[in-house]
Design a protein around this ligand. Structure first.
Ligand code: FAD
Ligand code: NDP
Length: 450
């Protein structure tokens, strides 16, 4: 293969890299993709997919309890076989791998199972020394979990280690208050662990609407998760009874069987030869790109987590497809609009959000109005469950354009997508209120907020 030329060489076969390959090939480009690890990258192997499988299992635990309250004959303590759950999870992932392999073959993309690095702006070198000449290079090497630099940090794991667990640890500490911390806390609690969240700040998910995250923290506590705010971990130490966590701020130290860090992710840019090629990085090591995903070097683009712009799978995929439409599909203006990207935190129940928080809206507009709905979903009411929902809409200006929708409650993950379309299309509060509700659902509360 040495000296072989391709229209496009993609580094990374995760969400963004694969999407780039498939779209470029559909436009007729000759494509090579370097991916040394499992196809699908973080999302498929140690991210969205296995996480959602575990979330669904934890969700069933609550539903089984509700079923019991409704009169179903359910054992008092239903038992979960983790090995069986992990087997089903892996089978699902294996299916995705097989589908990707087939699609790569069908689309004629050459998959090279090696790491790549740039030799110059037109040449990629594989681990075995093979050099590929490229009309264009896309870097889609993703990100990796960070651990804080503190004594004993090696005793703690990260989200990758969560996916390797073979059973629910008895006592777990999760450090962090972002997406991963909240999600893993809910899953582990649902599956039987005693969970403590160690949050250094005053709130969870600081980029979300504060009213929603306050309710989320209340939900976690009500479920039995210990949430410690303004609690900075200073050190971990192995002791006879487990891992000892030394905490700052007067909080009592504690012992755990497992400690997981969910303290952010950093772009994977080391060892890629970026300096050699002259590709500029920002202070956090992310590749700097313009609105069209161009790096500082003509002919080299970057997409997905490696650019640290909204680290979400659909963002990496959408950026990749638009870039390929621009490069090979005759659409010179194609690019991803990074405004109003919806996302869901898979807590129990989930928290979905699109657009601005109330605080962000007040910082941008003179007139801001908010609407709320607090209610108990029907299944919770029937089953005497305690979980309530909180929906919130943030509007701006005299015409009350909807600039933020925040949904915490059962079904929020499925409800939000359609309303994200409406928000992006510029819907007003009036148009929402003019839409007839679908009854009886949780979704109807979005158009009935007052
Ligand atoms: P990745 O998917 O990480 O792919 C990068 C690939 O590049 C990897 O396969 C790697 O092996 C390869 N690579 C690295 N270096 C080289 C090299 N030198 N040469 C060749 N290949 C290389 N997002 C959501 O939207 N929804 C969720 O529910 C969600 N849940 C998540 C849960 C967890 C626990 C985590 C960690 C993330 C989650 N995410 C979620 C985020 C999502 O997984 C990422 O945003 C997404 O995977 C980014 O895609 P990417 O293509 O940029 O990188
Ligand atoms: P986040 O950025 O969401 O959260 C990181 C958390 O760690 C914050 O609470 C931060 O606190 C805290 N933190 C950072 N450094 C330290 C430290 N030294 N000590 C204690 N706490 C610290 O990152 P995650 O790792 O949770 O997730 C990474 C990204 O992956 C997310 O931003 C998201 O884009 C994506 N993701 C998406 C999911 C989804 O769509 N459902 C699910 C999982 C991940 P502070 O706020 O004070 O800085």
């Amino acid at each position: 293969m040495s000296g072989q030329s391709f229209d496009l060489v993609v580094l990374g076969g995760g969400s963004g890299g694969l999407a780039a390959c498939f779209r470029a090939a559909s436009h007729g480009a000759r494509v090579a993709m370097l991916e040394p690890a499992l196809l699908g990258g973080t999302c498929v192997n140690v991210g969205c997919v296995p996480k959602k499988a575990m979330w669904l299992a934890a969700d069933l635990v609550e539903r089984i309890a509700l079923a019991s309250a409704l009169g179903f004959d359910v054992p008092a303590a239903p038992r979960l076989s983790w090995p069986r759950l992990l087997q089903r999870r892996q089978q699902y992932i294996d299916g995705i791998h097989a589908s990707y392999r087939q699609r790569l073959q069908d689309s004629g993309v050459v998959h090279i199972a090696q790491r790549g690095r740039l030799r110059d702006a037109r040449t990629v070198e594989c681990e075995d020394g093979t050099r590929l000449h490229a009309g264009h290079i896309v870097i889609a090497t993703g990100s990796h979990a960070l651990k804080p630099d503190l004594p004993g940090a090696g005793l703690g794991g990260v989200s990758d280690d969560f996916f390797a667990l073979q059973a629910a640890p008895a006592r777990v500490a999760i450090v962090g208050g972002g997406y991963i911390a909240v999600e893993l806390a809910g899953v582990l609690h649902g599956l039987g662990s005693e969970v403590t969240l160690l949050v250094r700040g005053k709130e969870l998910l600081s980029q979300f609407d504060a009213e929603m995250t306050a309710q989320l923290a209340q939900n976690l506590r009500q479920q039995g998760i210990t949430v410690r705010f303004e609690c900075q971990l200073q050190a971990l130490e192995r002791r006879a009874g487990g891992i000892h966590a030394r905490l700052q701020g007067g909080a009592a130290d504690a012992l755990f069987d497992t400690v997981l860090f969910a303290t952010g992710r950093a772009p994977s840019t080391r060892g890629l030869g970026l300096e050699t090629a002259g590709v500029a990085l920002d202070d956090n090591g992310a590749i700097v790109v313009d609105a069209f995903q161009n790096t500082s070097v003509p002919g080299i683009s970057a997409i997905g987590d490696v650019t640290a712009q909204a680290m979400l799978t659909p963002v990496a995929v959408a950026a990749a497809r638009r870039l390929m439409d621009r490069l090979y599909g005759g659409q010179p203006e194609a690019r991803l609009d990074y405004d109003n990207i919806p996302s869901v935190v898979f807590s129990h129940p989930p928290l979905g959000s699109v657009g601005l928080s109330e605080a962000q809206a007040r910082g941008r507009f003179d007139t801001v109005t908010t609407y709320h709905s607090r209610f108990r979903p029907m299944l919770q009411a029937l089953g005497e469950g305690q979980t309530r929902s909180l929906f919130k809409m943030v509007c701006a200006g005299a015409d009350e354009k909807v600039v933020g929708i925040h949904l915490l409650g059962e079904g929020a993950d499925e409800i939000l997508q359609g309303f994200a379309v409406a928000l992006k299309a510029g819907v007003t509060r009036r148009q929402m209120a003019d839409t007839v509700a679908i009854h009886p659902t949780s979704a109807e509360e979005v158009v009935l907020m007052r």
